[in-house]
Design a protein around this ligand. Structure first.
Ligand code: PLP
Length: 220
């Protein structure tokens, strides 16, 4: 019952315009089913193989979000069902997603991951690289992908101002792209520890794991 209670409590706190992706990585099928029965349909995983196994075992109206860093050679395993890929950080990866989506006659929605944290370990594109990908002729040729927004992870910091400034920077980029002739709908920012700050700064999609499913037993 805990998952259901956490989820309901959580949903009562966030605005209707914000999509909640329940991050179920490392969690068992039974936890996901409990969330599903409470009405949750968007789930996020960070490993392709784990997501494929869960997809096969669970109801087919679940929307699966790939939120982790992508291994290009594994994109083919999820191309027939993935709903949104959050962590795209190279043109090469877009190319591979396009190629695999084409085989299934699908258009796969993608987010470009921006590097907003100061920490060295965080993946992601620089803002100017995002703008150049979006404006490139090569992108226009990829008919089986669609870039529908941006994703970012802030520093793991207790300094609220620093986290807030990082989210604000990405929101500014999102707005400036939308002011051009390119339309982006989704701004995926915020996790269990910083979703409130992210929403304050314009996030409309949050990726929340531990605040719903409890802490994970191992680091992923
Ligand atoms: C694990 C993960 C989350 C969720 O983290 P929590 O702190 O458990 O909410 C969100 N986004 C990404 C990219 C993740 O890998």
């Amino acid at each position: 019952m805990l998952v259901k209670e956490n989820l309901e409590n959580f949903k009562s706190k966030i605005d209707q315009g914000v999509t909640l992706v329940a991050v179920s990585k490392t969690k068992p099928i039974s936890d996901i089913m409990e969330a599903y029965e409470a009405g949750q349909r968007n789930f996020g995983e960070n490993k392709i193989q784990e997501m494929v196994n869960k997809y096969e075992a669970l109801p087919k109206d679940i929307k699966w979000h790939m939120i982790g860093h992508l291994q290009r050679n594994k994109v083919k395993y999820m191309a027939h069902f993935v709903d949104l890929i959050h962590g795209v950080d190279s043109f090469k990866t877009l190319n591979e997603i396009n190629k695999q989506a084409k085989k299934h006659d699908r258009i796969i929605n993608c987010l470009l991951q921006a590097r907003i944290a100061k920490e060295e370990t965080k993946f992601g594109l620089e803002f100017r690289e995002i703008e150049s990908i979006l404006q490139s002729k090569e992108l226009a040729e990829l008919e089986n992908i669609k870039i529908v927004g941006l994703m970012g992870m802030a520093s793991f910091s207790s300094n609220e101002e620093e986290v807030s400034a990082e989210f604000q920077g990405l929101k500014a980029l999102f707005d400036s792209i939308n002011a051009s002739n390119i339309e982006l709908k989704i701004l995926s920012m915020g996790m269990s520890g910083d979703y409130k700050i992210a929403i304050k700064n314009g996030s409309n999609m949050i990726r929340v794991g531990s605040a719903i499913f409890g802490s994970r037993n191992y680091i992923v």
